[in-house]
Design a protein around this ligand. Structure first.
Ligand code: PLP
Length: 389
């Protein structure tokens, strides 16, 4: 049986056109993009600059504002550590949120040992921040506001335009982790005054291990020192031999992402069918503004870990796959006020342009059977049905 794949927020299948674009740079055109003295090197260099234009076009930036990284984790480290260093004389506070990705939260935690103070915004039960609370929390010592565009676990969207305008008005830098947004929804940095943004190719049908950092250059000089020093690549901001094939893959993925594709209809169909098929299932974030591809599901008194062992042919996620070593319930759901019990019974289904109706129907059927099998032997479920808990 084919695996029904619903883990696209963890990673996506590479687009055939992306793979095709990459292959020549692994075979015939293998030159080092910095060796521009010869033709093979120049071919690599042209390919890198073409990809830079493709990435810039996707977010309406200038290609000069794009720096290639190994992905969003590196970009986040570069920005948080870099800003902490170079803005220390101005202030030592970073304002972020308890539902951010661990790449942000772990780095911030480490920075507190170096004298930074981290302020965490709270979210409501839907995972939404309060804009007035954001405005009030920006103090004279705040050097950076770091908020994601959309949450990887719930798909809940932060109001980017309003956040960016508040930061602009308050004169503080806004760094947006747009890893889950880019490739799913459009973004125009000419209209939305985000100062710094990161994106990652493997979330939008590109290869793993490559991403980009957008740093606004036009209106303000933003000082970010290199995290990885070495050669003069990327104007000294990111040393290391250009992985030309990866960069070409990111460029092509960005180009393909400009085309619109409809995912929400299938996601909504999945949710409607699941609620019909599985008793006491719910979509707690349904009332929030969400990514069109993400569904966070709660199945009462069915632990996701147990459900997964019964569903080897369905790929989905419990909390965040990026921290799947964690035994704790997801920090995102905890921040949203879920009980530990509900957090353990939550799961994420994330769709892509490749998800089809057959996969959805097959997953629903398998889920229905697995939940019934688990509940048939569950004393807790029996007590719950009898109204004892
Ligand atoms: N930020 C968010 C919101 C993510 O979902 C992820 C990956 O899941 C990352 C950052 C890290 O991205 P990368 O895999 O490119 O390091």
């Amino acid at each position: 049986m084919k695996i029904a794949y619903f883990d696209n927020n963890a990673t996506t299948r590479i687009d055939d056109l992306v793979l095709e674009a990459m292959l020549p740079y692994l075979k015939e055109q293998y030159g080092n993009a910095s060796s521009v003295q010869h033709k093979l090197g120049r071919q690599g260099s042209h390919a890198v600059e073409h990809a830079r234009i493709q990435v810039a076009e996707l977010i309406h930036a200038n290609p000069k504002e794009i720096t290639f990284t190994s992905g969003s984790t590196e970009a986040i480290n570069t920005v948080l550590r870099g800003i902490s260093k170079s803005y220390r004389t101005i202030g030592n506070r970073i304002l972020t949120c308890g539902t951010e990705h661990k790449a942000v939260l772990t780095t911030c935690e480490q920075l507190t040992k170096e004298g930074m103070a981290i302020d965490l915004l709270k979210v409501n039960g839907l995972g939404e921040i309060d804009l007035q609370a954001l405005e009030d929390a920006i103090g004279p010592e705040t050097v950076l506001v770091c908020l994601m565009a959309a949450n990887n676990e719930t798909g809940v969207i932060h109001p980017l335009q309003e956040i960016a305008e508040i930061c602009q008005r308050k004169g503080v830098l806004f760094f947006c982790d747009a890893t889950q947004w880019i490739g799913k929804l459009p973004l125009n940095v000419e209209e939305t005054p985000i100062d710094i943004l990161c994106l990652s190719a493997h979330k939008m049908h590109g290869p793993k291990g490559i991403g980009a950092l957008y740093i606004r250059r036009k209106s303000k000089p933003i000082q970010i020192p290199a995290l990885i020093s070495g050669g003069k690549q990327e104007h000294g901001l990111r040393g290391g031999t250009y992985p030309v094939h990866q960069i070409v893959g990111l460029g092509e993925a960005a180009h393909q992402a400009q085309q619109k594709f409809e995912i929400a209809t299938l996601r909504d169909y999945f949710e409607a069918e699941l609620l019909k098929a599985v008793e006491e299932s719910s979509i707690p974030t349904k009332g929030a503004n969400r990514l069109p591809n993400t569904s966070n599901v709660l199945i009462k008194h069915v632990k996701t870990a147990e459900l997964m062992t019964k569903l080897p042919q369905v790929a989905f996620s419990s909390g965040s796959a990026c921290v799947s070593g964690d035994r704790d319930p997801s920090h995102v759901l905890k921040a949203m006020g879920y009980s530990a019990e509900d957090a353990y019974c939550s799961m994420r289904f994330s769709f892509s342009k490749y998800t089809d109706r057959e996969e959805v129907d097959s997953a629903i059927q398998q889920l229905k059977e697995a939940v019934a099998a688990i509940r048939a032997h569950s004393p807790i479920w029996e007590m719950y049905k009898d109204g004892l808990i």
